[in-house]
Design a protein around this ligand. Structure first.
Ligand SMILES: NC(=O)c1ccc[n+]([C@@H]2O[C@H](COP(=O)([O-])OP(=O)(O)OC[C@H]3O[C@@H](n4cnc5c(N)ncnc54)[C@H](OP(=O)(O)O)[C@@H]3O)[C@@H](O)[C@H]2O)c1
Length: 350
């Protein structure tokens, strides 16, 4: 029997059993899930975009137990990846269940042996989001994935450096040889962020954080030309306001992980570029249309992170939770911002 964590129409989570036995067709593969990764989107998409009444979650790592006729995987392969979000997502695309289907031609790959299964269940979305900001939106060349172009015009500020997406952005920026790479995070996380590639870290709880970053940028050969806010907290002097106070030059490029209404200079990151984005509002920068060239870059960036795992890329803290009830609590905690500096994955079977 296939057990899942279900999110209902009232956005409540519960454990359910799915009687239907999934059969893969075409390029699909049926995967016996070993770990499913938790993302804030697991509940953000249900609460804010109406993508509920379905199996919760997106990311998995597991073993292929049946492959469709044109799948690029064979039975026994260990694979990882996710499926696209959407309001009418089929149940078999959900992440937090013991058996799921991956579309093998997109957003998934065979697991290189050096990546632990649990880490793989958390890898794709964080890397895709960071890659979308740096490579697609900022247009920074990344020769390691065959994206060439004129060298980057300056340094990077990552607000929310200790978020999963932030840690991925810092490591990508280091591999792209950007300088400086400034990260804003709690002081307790600074040493790890410096190890990952940040050149200087700042604490957002410092009352003069804006001045400290501005002064530090003034001492660098390159100023801050790219600003990536993974937090996008609104309110009086929210994180995007603070970023704009720091990076004041006209040619600075801004990107954020959440929609930034009324801020035309900001662009919204998308973890998936392979389909039109199914959201019920006008997107900042009107970038909600599918872009297969951009999607291919994201695929290649995940492959780069997996293939260099442990050398050029890593997830600093992966926490495994066991049992469906603990999994449900962890999904809630991640969504409510109660989990700091950790990627949580759920062990299967539930
Ligand atoms: N648009 C997309 O396609 C897309 C894709 C992925 C994620 N997202 C969104 O991006 C956001 C980040 O996702 P994630 O999975 O990376 O989150 P996460 O790992 O859960 O982020 C948690 C971290 O946020 C940091 N943080 C909280 N408030 C902060 C502040 N005021 N300033 C600086 N850092 C702060 C904390 O850092 P410290 O521990 O240092 O305090 C904490 O460790 C979420 O809102 C998510 O929904 C969007």
């Amino acid at each position: 029997m296939n057990k899942c964590i279900f999110v209902d129409a009232a956005n409540e989570l519960s454990v359910r059993e799915i009687p239907e036995f999934y059969r893969p067709r075409g390029s699909q593969s049926l995967v016996k899930v070993r770990y499913s990764g938790i993302n804030p989107a697991d509940l953000n998409h249900t609460k804010h975009l109406g993508m509920n009444n379905n199996v919760c979650g997106y990311e998995i790592c597991g073993t292929v137990i049946e492959a469709g006729e044109t799948s690029r995987y064979t039975v026994g392969d260990i694979v990882f990846g996710s499926n696209k979000p959407g309001r009418s997502k089929p149940a078999y695309h959900g992440g937090h269940q013991d058996f799921a289907i991956l579309e093998s031609d997109t957003m998934s790959m065979k697991l290189p042996s050096q990546v632990p299964n649990a880490d793989a269940a958390a890898l794709g979305i964080m890397v895709r989001s960071a890659g979308d900001a740096l490579i697609n939106l900022f247009e920074i060349p990344f020769p390691a994935i065959n994206v060439h172009g004129p060298p980057a015009a300056g340094g990077l500020l990552v607000w929310g450096g200790a978020s999963a997406v932030g840690t991925a952005a810092i490591q990508l920026a280091k591999a792209m040889e950007l300088s400086p790479i400034f990260a804003v995070a709690s002081s307790a996380n600074h040493n790890t962020l410096l190890e990952l590639g940040a050149t200087k870290c700042f604490d957002y709880r410092d009352s003069d954080v804006v001045k400290l970053i501005g002064d530090a940028a003034g001492k660098e050969q390159n100023g801050i030309k790219y600003v990536f806010d993974t937090v996008c907290k609104e309110g009086s002097l929210g994180t995007m306001d603070l970023c704009e106070l720091i990076a004041t030059e006209k040619d600075v490029k801004f990107a954020g992980c959440l929609p930034q209404f009324g801020r035309p200079r900001w662009k919204l990151v998308m973890a998936s570029r392979g389909a039109d984005v199914p959201v019920p509002f006008e997107l900042p920068g009107q970038i909600g249309k599918a872009n297969m060239q951009w999607e291919s870059r994201l695929e290649r960036t995940v492959a780069w992170a997996a293939n260099t795992y442990g050398v050029q890329f890593r997830i600093p803290n992966v926490t495994i939770v066991k049992g469906a009830e603990r999994g449900i609590q962890a999904i809630r905690d991640v969504n409510e911002g109660k989990v700091n500096f950790a990627k949580i994955v759920i062990e299967h079977p539930l």
